[in-house]
Design a protein around this ligand. Structure first.
Ligand code: PLP
Length: 351
């Protein structure tokens, strides 16, 4: 069943079955790519210790890169992004021209603001420089068409639960000639880079979600984008001080992210929740952490503004009446959260 699943995933993604390495999810796929490639390159040549990664990566990439910096002597260059969250290609070119680059990692699409990166160009630049390129496509897969055969693309992370599959399963799609040092040693499963008995039911579910994800995406993409555009238009029109974050056009079709001047994201989230509307402040995976989003800060948003941000995610079951309901509720919610923000500021400053 595992091998059938591997073949089915490979056929859906137009890759070879041997390029599918099953993992416990996106986090493990990212860690395997970042640490595994770094260690393999180091064992080839100890001068290869430079790691390039975008400043807006998910923590599943950000943290292993920081870990390599702290514990393994990696020399990390965080790739800057512009105000829309797009990685600056001139910075990538410059960074790749420096000696000793072990790997480069730039996510396909951002999980908070939805900006889609020019992965084809970045992978091509890495190919020209002879540097393995990894991309975290956890949010992009199932939302936009992905060409996993782009020249220069060495490894791609995917996760089951982002495409309606089971939690706790994912894959790293890794070119066969990509060298990686395992994170876990043992029985030698998965090309000897990911030892351990595989979770067969989860893998079978993941394969079916991948198969449906590819078919369903094509069917639903246009409708989802229309709905998302309606959401953006209504919120911008009805709520003074609402600013769309991320690239206005090159963004995930299911994502709309705003900052609301003078409001706390948590207050907005709670008031919307009480009205039956479920949203997220920044990344759902790290919500509960009171820090302003590192993604928004990297895009040049001030700390105060970053604290008043909300991410709206749409799904295949979302409808125009959901958008209408949001439009009905949001203006009053923002006004109330704004008043609460002013009151708490007055209390904290004693004025
Ligand atoms: N990468 C991105 C961009 C994500 O949004 C997430 C969130 O779940 C992950 C990685 C982590 O994936 P997983 O939850 O499967 O470990």
């Amino acid at each position: 069943m595992v091998e059938e699943s591997r073949e089915s995933i490979a056929a859906s993604l137009d890759v070879r079955p041997s390029e599918v390495i099953f993992t416990s999810g996106g986090t493990e796929a990212d860690n395997l790519a970042i640490k595994g490639i770094f260690w393999a390159r180091q064992s080839l040549d100890s001068n290869l210790n430079r790691v390039l990664a975008s400043a807006i990566e998910h923590h599943a990439v950000l943290d292993p890169v920081e870990w390599l910096e702290r514990h393994e002597g990696a020399d990390v260059k965080w790739l800057d992004v512009d105000a829309w969250g797009r990685v600056d290609l001139a910075v990538v070119r410059q960074a790749l021209a420096t000696p000793g680059v072990a790997l480069c990692s730039v996510m396909w699409a951002n999980n908070e603001v939805g900006t889609i990166q020019d992965v084809a160009t970045i992978a091509g630049l890495c190919a020209d420089a002879g540097v393995p390129f990894h991309t975290d496509a956890v949010q992009a897969f199932g939302q936009i068409p992905l060409d996993l055969n782009l020249p220069g693309l060495a490894a791609v992370s995917l996760s089951g639960h982002k495409i309606g599959g089971p939690m706790g399963v994912g894959a790293l799609i890794a070119r066969r000639d990509l060298q990686m040092t395992p994170l876990a040693h043992g029985g030698g499963q998965e090309r000897e880079v990911r030892s351990g008995t595989l979770d067969v039911p989860a893998i079978a579910g993941f394969a079916e979600a991948v198969r449906l994800g590819v078919i369903e995406r094509e069917k639903h993409a246009a409708a989802l984008e229309t709905l998302r555009n309606s959401l953006i238009a209504r919120v911008t029109e009805l709520v003074p001080g609402a600013t769309l974050s991320g690239d206005p056009t090159d963004r995930l079709p299911n994502n709309a992210h705003f900052t609301f001047a003078g409001c706390e994201g948590d207050a907005l989230l709670m008031l919307l929740d009480a009205a039956g509307i479920h949203v997220s402040t920044g990344s759902a995976c790290t919500s509960g952490v009171p820090e302003p989003s590192h993604v928004l800060l990297a895009m040049g948003v001030s700390e105060a503004t970053a604290r008043g941000s909300l991410r709206f995610s749409l799904g295949r079951t979302s409808t125009q009446s959901d958008i209408d309901r949001l439009a009905e509720v949001l203006p009053a919610v923002v006004e109330r959260a704004g008043r609460a923000g002013v009151l708490s500021l007055a209390r904290s400053t004693g004025s």
